[in-house]
Design a protein around this ligand. Structure first.
Ligand SMILES: [Zn+2]
Length: 175
């Protein structure tokens, strides 16, 4: 049996079939209700929302991430460490859509998701998680490196040096 791999398609981008599939799956959903405090429906015509949806689903996965990055503002509310302790949300999300003239308008979450044809906020949650995850690990690493750790660590190593044969976490054998 011969197994063959096809590399003819654009691996990083999206095949036309995939695009057609996405467009069918993520059709434009109704705008937010007219009672919305941001009055999003006044800013965006159905036609223009259709264009935004279309453009978005023509993008590759990576490009969609970049698009989300340009349209969702993650605004910190309180320090992340404190938020984790208090089991609170440390950030609030501000959604934008681009008008015909290129200006970015703040819209409500429902308008944002529905324009992209998303029924749930799973995609956004995923995006925010990966974004915050990356930033926090970078910050933590650079903080430690920039501050006391190297000196403390070498001091610690000096102290420990003669006893290094003891595995760091092991308890004494006879206790
Ligand atoms: Zn709205």
């Amino acid at each position: 049996m011969v197994i063959s791999f096809s590399f003819s398609g654009n691996v990083a981008g999206q095949s036309p079939q995939r695009q057609a599939y996405n467009k069918g799956k993520y059709r434009l959903l109704p705008p937010c209700p007219v009672t919305c405090r941001k009055a999003c429906h006044k800013m965006f015509t159905q036609d223009h929302r259709e264009i935004i949806n279309d453009n978005y689903w023509c993008l590759s996965f990576g490009e969609r991430r970049i698009w989300l990055d340009g349209h969702i503002l993650i605004k910190p509310v309180i320090a992340r460490a404190q938020a984790a302790l208090d089991h609170m949300r440390s950030h609030t999300l501000i959604y934008h859509l681009t008008k015909e003239d290129g200006s970015k308008i703040t819209v409500c979450k429902k308008m944002f998701l529905h324009t992209l044809g998303l029924k749930t906020d799973g995609t956004v949650t995923e995006f925010v998680k990966s974004k915050l995850g990356n930033t926090s690990s970078l910050t933590e690493t650079s903080d430690k490196r920039g501050k006391a750790e190297p000196r403390n660590k070498s001091d610690w190593e000096k102290i420990r040096a003669p006893y290094q044969w003891i595995p760091p976490t092991s308890k004494p054998l006879h206790s």
